[in-house]
Design a protein around this ligand. Structure first.
Ligand code: FMN
Length: 338
C-alpha cells in the first residue's frame, strides 16, 4: 500500500526518497572547540541514513565563531571546515539519504568567549550577557558570513540549506518586535525587521541554486510578539525571494511558558502552507507513524521533521513502514534481518 510518508518529494533538482526529515539537533561534539566534524558526527548522522531517513539536516552550524550556541558547536566559518563536511556528506550519500545543513548565528544567545551581538542591546534574561548592538558594518559582515557559509556548503556537496530563523537566534532577533528596537534600515517596521533575513537570502542566492529552507518560530507566546499570521506574511515575502520550504517551529524569542502536546506546531505548518502557498515542514512531538501519515494525508505539511524520536530510534522509518504496512528498501547488508 502506498503511503504518503514514503512518497518521494522533489524540490528543484533534489528528490528526497521519502518525507521523513531528521530535524537539526546540536550535538555539542566539537570537543576541540574548532567547529570541525568529529567521529561522533559521522557515526550519529550516518546511522540515521542507514535507518532510511530521507533528508538529514545537520545541526545548527555556526557561520561565525561568535555565533556559536556553545564553544563545541559545529562550524562553517572557515574554508578549513569544508573537508570534514564533505566527508560527512559523502558518508550519508553512500546510504542513499540527502543532506541538509542548518546555517546559524546565535546572536544574543551565544555562549562563547568574547563579545556577543544582537539587533538591540537587550539580554535574553537576567543571567545572560548584554549583547552589543550590531553596527551596519557588522550586519553587512554577517550577511557575508552567511553567503560564504552557503558557498562552503555547496563545495561540501550538501543538498539543502536551511537558514535558522527560529528559536530566538540572530535572524529571529531581527525579525521580532520584542527584541529589535532599531530605527535604521533594519528596524522600526515589519518590512525593515525583515531586511536582515532578506539580505541573507539574497546573498545566499548568489552562490546557491539548490533547495533553500528557512526555519521560523511561528509563535512568540507573548501578547506583544508575533503569532502565525505575522509569519504568513513573512512566508509570502520569503517565497518571492525564492525560499522553497518553511520549517515551522515556535518559541525561544523571549522566556515563555509553552505547553507542548503531540503535533502542537502542525497548525503553523498548515497555516503557512494554505495561506502563503509555500511548502512546509511540520515539527514538534511527532512520534507516531500514523500521526505523521495523517498530517501528510490531510495536506497540513509536505515534510515531517523528527528530532528526539530519532535520537531514541535511528531506525524509525523502518518501524513506520511496518506500522503503516508498507515495504521500504533495506541496506543491502541488512536484507536478511530487515
Ligand atoms: C538535542 C537537541 C538539539 C537541538 N538542536 C537544534 C538545532 O540545532 N537547531 C534547531 O533548529 N532546533 C534544534 N532542536 C529542536 C529540534 O530540531 C526540534 O524542533 C524539537 O526538538 C521538537 O521536535 P521533537 O519533538 O521531534 O523533538 C534541538 C532539539 C534537541 C532535542
Amino acid at each position: 500500500m502506498s503511503r504518503k510518508l514514503f512518497e518521494p518529494f522533489a524540490i528543484k533538482d533534489v528528490t528526497l526518497k521519502n518525507r521523513i526529515v531528521m530535524s537539526p539537533m546540536c550535538m555539542y561534539s566539537c570537543e576541540a572547540e574548532d567547529g570541525q566534524v568529529t567521529n561522533w558526527h559521522k557515526t550519529h548522522y550516518t546511522s540515521r541514513a542507514v535507518g532510511q531517513v530521507g533528508l538529514i539536516v545537520l545541526e545548527a552550524t555556526a557561520v561565525h565563531t561568535q555565533g556559536r550556541i556553545s564553544m563545541q558547536d559545529l562550524g562553517i566559518w572557515d574554508d578549513s571546515h569544508v573537508d570534514g563536511l564533505r566527508t560527512l556528506t559523502e558518508m550519508i550519500h553512500e546510504q542513499d539519504a540527502k543532506v541538509g545543513i542548518q546555517l546559524a548565528h546565535a546572536g544574543r544567545k551565544a555562549i562563547v568567549e568574547g563579545p556577543i551581538y544582537s539587533s538591540s542591546p537587550l539580554p535574553f534574561n537576567d543571567d545572560m550577557e548584554v549583547p552589543n548592538e550590531m553596527t551596519i558594518e557588522q550586519i553587512e559582515e554577517t550577511v557575508e558570513d552567511f553567503r560564504l557559509a552557503a558557498r562552503r556548503s555547496k563545495e561540501a556537496g550538501i543538498d539543502v540549506i536551511e537558514l535558522h530563523g527560529a528559536h530566538g537566534y540572530l535572524i529571529n532577533q531581527f525579525l521580532s518586535p520584542l527584541i529589535n528596537q532599531r530605527t535604521d534600515r533594519y528596524g522600526g517596521s515589519k518590512e525593515k525587521r525583515f531586511n536582515f533575513l532578506k539580505e541573507i537570502i539574497e546573498a545566499v542566492n548568489t552562490v546557491w541554486d539548490g533547495p533553500l529552507f528557512v526555519r521560523i518560530s511561528a509563535n512568540d507566546y507573548n501578547n506583544e510578539g508575533y503569532s502565525v499570521q505575522d509569519y504568513v506574511e513573512y512566508a509570502q515575502w520569503m517565497k518571492e525571494l525564492g525560499v522553497d520550504l518553511i520549517d515551522c517551529s515556535s518559541g525561544g524569542v523571549v522566556p515563555a511558558k509553552i505547553k507542548p502536546y503531540p503535533g502542537y506546531q502542525v497548525q503553523y505548518a498548515e497555516a503557512l502552507k494554505k495561506e502563503a502557498g509555500i511548502a512546509t515542514g511540520a515539527v514538534g512531538m511527532i512520534t507516531s507513524p500514523l500521526h505523521a501519515e495523517a498530517i501528510l494525508q490531510n495536506d497540513r505539511a509536505d515534510l515531517i521533521f523528527l528530532a528526539r524520536e530519532l535520537l531514541r530510534d535511528p531506525y524509525w522509518p523502518r518501524r513506520a513502514a511496518i506500522e503503516l504496512k508498507t515495504e521500504i528498501e533495506s541496506p543491502r547488508q541488512y536484507e536478511r534481518g530487515w
